[in-house]
Write a protein that binds this ligand. Structure first.
Ligand code: WT7
Length: 634
């Protein structure tokens, strides 16, 4: 299926039309899908409650659009190409016909085990084809999937299962990532000691690692498949039926379950996939994200498959067996569109341009970037050494809550500028506001990035706590969705995302709340209080700097730091580990007791010379001590 927009002139016209007639614009796009019943109302919304409903009254099954709809025209075309962690293991190619069969079989396994429409299913799997199949099998029967990234700890997994009351867990014996094997069934078992709602656990054999199976609860994936056939009639759901929950961190407290619904998400991921990447029939598309994140949901599974594309799924890491792996995979399959993160680019850049230069990568046509701001240097490296200056780079800005890309160039159509996400997609209405919430008009300005009108792919609520959703996203500036990002609109009207202005840290494209990490650090028996900030890191974009106050001065600081790291590993996962931990005797606080993170951020950045006004601090002396300690840490 082709892109709708093929020239910049058309983009401008479509954009104009989408803002003036949003309902007609999206209805025109939605009509191309298979609906079992057409909607009564295109859009019903207010950002006050908030309440957002798209295609209300419409009924459908998204997997009919992902699979059944394509069988006649492209049944034999590869839907998923899977490249294993180990290049010597054989790969797997699933055509649309084969994928359809596998999804139906697994849907029948879920039904057979008592999962029905509206039930939540937790998916904790490595990047294997069964992961994509699992998402679609849930959607096929109207169950709500909640994928938990394989790098999260047992505690984090249990918290997510409990928050949404999942009935079933899908996992594997263990997973391969580079040279490491991770015992995910063992981690799941630990989580399962505190998850009363889980009735059944389906276990995929991936590594052959020995695992313990609990009688009556744990089932082998392959055994269950033997019990079912491949006939499965997709269940009908309402357009606003939840499709999935995905947990993400905010500036306060524990991660929240972002809820996406069916109809709008379908329309939006398909539309943005086809237009941003300008996908051409038959092309090989590769997004290197993990399906445990929104990028994988929207742009490995749903978007590409809705569009009838061939999507490549990679189980491994960019540096295994060596730092040429990505380029080798691109050559092996003739990848045309490559979508990755700035962190991956920077980490490969560190191995030198000779590595990508060993590969011609002639098939590449479009490059994409996602997850964090891309610095100019990495942008140029990507452009020169990967794209060989003949591939447009689409720097796509969006968030878990958004469902799909909001601000991005359209490949080869919109002009590009390093570090800029450029222009909003049709239907997307960004505004910049000052700290008082006043909309900043005109160009050459900077402010807090908000959206003033809904788009079909946006989230609807946070699971089980609508008030929190309102508070977090819709209360800061009345009648606007606040993204948490700072943003610049340059003289020409192009957008540049400046990074988070709230207490969210983006480490290698992974989002963490400062409070979430502080809570994990505070679990250490000797820690009374901690404060966490982000600071610039050459490869990760941002890294975590933790300041901790101990109850007793630690006898062995190295050991204390190791134990704090253990605590973070246990409660969140190794991905949230602080890069630096500094023991302090106090924190810079205002008289009302609020930690002045601005000061801590400056110290972490090494900018100790200009800390701004510290006169309102309760104890200005503590700043000198922290500064001295920070210097010693370097
Ligand atoms: C935050 C959202 C949705 C993609 C995966 C991350 C940052 C994302 C960009 C970009 C600058 C970006 C923002 C945003 N971000 N893409 N192209 N340029 N910043 O999703 O975990 O929900 O994080 O990632 O700060 O708010 P996420």
């Amino acid at each position: 299926m082709q892109p709708d927009i093929t020239s910049f002139d058309e983009y401008q016209k479509q954009y104009q039309y989408s803002v003036e007639n949003p309902e007609a614009f999206w209805a025109g796009i939605a009509e191309k899908f298979t609906w079992r019943k057409k909607w009564d109302e295109v859009l019903n919304w207010n950002f006050r409650e908030p309440k957002v409903e798209w295609f209300k009254g419409g009924q459908l099954n998204i997997t009919e659009n992902v699979l059944d709809r394509h069988l006649e025209e492209r049944g034999d075309q590869p839907a998923i190409i899977w490249e294993p962690n180990d290049p010597d293991e054989s790969n797997i190619v699933l055509s649309y016909i084969e994928l359809h069969i596998k999804v139906c079989q697994l849907a029948n396994v879920l039904l057979r085990n008592g999962v029905t429409k509206g039930d939540r299913v937790c998916i904790y799997l490595p990047m294997v084809p069964e992961l994509a199949i699992a998402l679609l099998a849930c959607a096929r029967i109207g169950a709500i999937h909640s994928v938990v990234f394989g790098g999260f700890s047992a505690q984090a997994l249990a918290d997510r299962i409990n928050d949404s009351g999942c009935k079933m867990l899908l996992t594997a014996d263990a997973s391969y990532r580079g040279a490491k094997t991770s015992p995910i069934k063992e981690i799941a078992d630990e989580a399962l000691t505190q998850t009363p709602t889980i009735e059944k656990v389906l276990v995929l054999r991936r590594t052959g690692t020995e695992v313990s199976m609990t009688e009556g609860r744990d089932l082998w994936w392959h055994d269950e498949l033997n019990e079912v056939d491949s006939d499965n009639e997709a269940v009908t759901v309402d357009a606003e039926h939840p499709l999935f929950i995905l947990y993400t961190s905010g500036s306060t407290g524990k991660p929240k379950g972002v809820v996406h619904t069916t109809g709008g998400y379908m329309v939006y991921t398909d539309y943005t996939f086809r237009n941003v990447f300008q996908y051409q029939q038959g092309e090989i598309y590769w997004c290197t994200a993990d399906i445990g994140w929104i990028t994988g949901h929207s742009y490995i599974v749903y978007g590409p498959l809705l569009a009838g594309a061939t999507t490549l799924m990679f189980e491994g890491v960019p540096t295994y067996p060596d730092a040429g792996r990505y380029w080798e995979v691109i050559e092996k399959y003739g990848v045309n569109i490559f979508y990755t993160s700035p962190t991956a680019i920077r980490s490969l850049e560190a191995f030198g341009p000779e590595i990508p230069e060993k590969f011609e990568m002639k098939s590449l046509r479009v490059l994409g970037s996602v997850g964090e701001p891309i610095n100019e240097e990495a942008w140029h490296w990507y452009d020169e050494h990967v794209g060989r200056k003949r591939c447009p780079i689409v720097d796509t800005w969006w968030q878990t809550e958004n469902g799909g890309i909001l601000i991005s160039p359209l490949a080869g159509i919109t002009p590009t500028k390093p570090g800029y996400a450029m222009l909003p997609l049709p239907g997307v209405q960004p505004v910049l506001v000052d700290n008082e919430g006043k909309i900043i008009e005109g160009n050459g300005v900077e402010g807090n990035l908000c959206l003033k009108f809904p788009w079909p792919g946006m989230f609807r609520t946070t699971w089980g706590d609508h008030e929190r959703c309102r508070q977090n996203y819709f209360a800061t500036y009345p009648n606007l969705y606040f993204t948490g990002d700072g943003c610049k609109r340059d003289k020409e009207g192009y957008y540049r995302i400046m990074g988070r202005v709230d207490d969210v840290i983006n480490v290698s494209g992974h989002r963490f709340g400062t409070a979430e990490i502080e809570n994990a650090i505070d679990e250490h028996p000797n820690v009374i209080e901690s404060a966490v900030v982000g600071y610039p890191h050459d490869i990760k974009g941002q890294a975590i700097y933790a300041y901790v106050i101990c109850e007793h001065h630690p006898e062995n600081e190295t050991q204390l730091i190791a134990e704090i790291n253990q605590s973070v590993n246990k409660i969140i996962g190794p991905i949230a580990r602080p890069e630096k931990i500094q023991v302090v005797t106090g924190l810079p606080k205002t008289r009302s007791g609020k930690i002045m993170r601005r000061i801590l951020r400056k110290i972490a950045e090494g900018e100790t010379g200009n800390l701004g006004d510290t006169s309102t601090l309760l104890d200005p002396e503590v700043v000198e001590e922290i500064k001295a300690g920070a210097l010693k840490l370097k």
